[in-house]
Design a protein around this ligand. Structure first.
Ligand code: UDP
Length: 479
């Protein structure tokens, strides 16, 4: 009897950043030719993908691709944002887990099409229940972490930090050094640890979830990271001590772009945003001078107060630089941003400011008019910026962003870290430093890192070789 064809079920965390990178992985696997790939999302995300993205084109382009969905256990109008994200994690565990088990046991994906049995699950490592279920049923499972490896390594070291008495913090000095994370002894401070470490409560649900993670991820048959060896080599060696079967295949968006180009297929640039993109900003960028604009965006989840919004506005305007700012309709807590930044204020910026609700970010970062990126340091945003050689100013919000911004500022020297302040004078000064005073220095290191990122996904690059190894391993799992 012929063996079943390999069938990978990809299960991302139902948030924009993880969906972006895992959909890119799905496409890379489809491009290998012989793999069946089912992309499993929550019902809520399915609706948004079908409405806003060009995911429909995947069905015609890749006969092995399918989209399936499952309930996330939340009412449709739940915000799935900010502090309420914990409720989403709880519901995924309570409601989605049994449905996921049922799906794998029955082989019924609910998409209507006949599919071979699943031979491998690739799930976001934070969805620990997927490992339990796949192991219980006897299906190999590989984890993908869409957060940064530097954050993952800190998560793996949480038990050490507790044992050494470094967390919970004994006082309010956020500049105190942290010494129990091997490889980061020289530059890590309390303020660079994951935001949940500040709560001081080790029984906090978020804290416990991450504490469990190192145990869960090392039970998987492999770990995929959206990063590249030249960016984080020393840290990756530490992670390999716990997860020896490591596949570093990033930056995923760049990897996909290069694979599509080799196969003469059109790029799927920005096809994965599940918010409506305002492409008018590209026309505005076309009219601006070469490398004159600072792009400002804090991703899909970060929120700010009205006061913080105004500090940003005045800091950016007072810097005298041009800026393109993404302010989502739900970016500001409580009120609409337009009730703070009036039409009159906007006129006062003399055409140097352009605001949109959502931008085609990859295209914006690759635009010739963009010189710098004011970012919340989400991992996708950082990789996208690195790949385009764009220096950054960092205003981290939560989870991995606090340590990512430390790496941007102190380790990779790709920009400035503004964490824990939101003051118009600081903002103005940082923008001037990045755009004028220290511009050459940051551009040099950004160019260097961009070259390394490009090499990693080139024909003989390390990320390319690791992806080939992953595909081979996935194939062999079905034999
Ligand atoms: N993004 C976008 N348009 C925007 C803002 C963000 O397309 O206006 C994309 C961005 O390119 C990135 C993702 O949304 O791929 C955000 O992921 P990230 O990990 O940076 O942050 P998160 O949203 O998860 O906090």
């Amino acid at each position: 009897m012929d063996p079943e064809p390999p069938h990978v079920l990809i299960f991302p965390l139902p948030l924009q950043g993880p969906i972006n990178s895992m959909l890119k992985l799905a496409e890379l696997l489809c491009l290998s030719g012989d793999l069946h790939v089912t992309f499993l999302v929550t019902d809520h995300i399915r609706g948004r993908l079908l409405h806003h993205t060009n995911i429909q084109t995947y069905f015609s382009r890749y006969p092995g691709f399918d989209l399936a969905s499952i309930s996330d256990g939340l009412p449709e109008n739940h915000p799935r944002l900010g502090d309420q994200l914990t409720e989403m994690f709880d519901a995924l565990e309570a409601v989605t887990k049994p449905l996921f088990r049922e799906m794998l046991v029955s082989g019924e994906m609910g998409s209507g099409s006949r599919r071979p049995p699943v031979t491998c699950v690739i799930a976001d490592g934070i969805l620990g229940f997927t490992i339990d279920v796949a192991k219980e049923i006897g299906i190999p499972v590989i984890c993908l972490r869409t957060i940064s490896p530097c954050f993952l390594w800190i998560i793996f070291c949480l038990p050490k930090l507790i044992e050494a008495g470094e967390i919970p913090f004994k006082d309010n000095d956020l500049d105190a050094p942290i010494k129990s994370v091997p490889g980061m002894e020289d530059f890590l401070r309390r303020r660079d640890l994951p935001s949940f470490c500040r709560s001081g409560n080790l029984t906090d649900r978020i804290f416990k979830r991450y504490l469990m993670e190192s145990k869960q991820v090392s039970r998987a048959d492999g770990l995929i990271l959206n990063s590249f060896e030249d960016l984080e080599g020393p840290l990756l060696s530490h992670i390999r001590t716990l997860c020896p079967n490591l596949y570093t295949i990033g930056p995923l968006h760049a990897h996909l772009k290069s694979r599509l180009a080799i196969q003469n297929l059109p790029s799927s640039f920005s096809s994965t945003s599940f918010r409506k993109e305002d492409r008018s900003c590209l026309e505005w960028l076309d009219q601006q001078p070469y490398k004159s604009v600072i792009y400002v965006s804090f991703g899909s989840l970060a929120t700010m107060t009205g006061d913080q919004l105004m500090e940003f506005w005045h800091g950016l305007v007072n810097s005298g630089e041009r800026f393109l700012w993404v302010i989502r309709p739900d970016s500001v807590v409580g009120k609409n941003w337009e009730s703070y930044i009036s039409e009159e204020l906007r006129e006062g910026s003399k055409g140097r400011a352009y605001i949109v609700g959502w931008a085609p970010q990859e295209e914006v970062l690759s635009h010739k008019s963009v010189a710098a990126f004011f970012t919340h340091c989400g991992w996708n945003s950082i990789l996208e910026s690195i790949y385009e050689g764009v220096p950054m100013i960092c205003w981290p919000y939560f989870v991995d962003q606090q340590v990512n911004s430390r790496f941007v500022g102190e380790v990779w020297k790709l920009g400035l870290d503004m964490k824990d302040t939101c003051d118009r004078f600081v903002i103005e000064k940082m923008v001037r430093d990045l755009m004028e005073e220290r511009r050459d220095e940051f551009e040099r290191s950004a160019d260097h890192m961009a070259n390394l990122a490009r090499q990693s996904v080139s024909e003989d690059g390390v990320s390319r070789r690791n992806l080939d190894r992953l595909i081979e391993d996935v194939r062999s799992l079905s034999l």
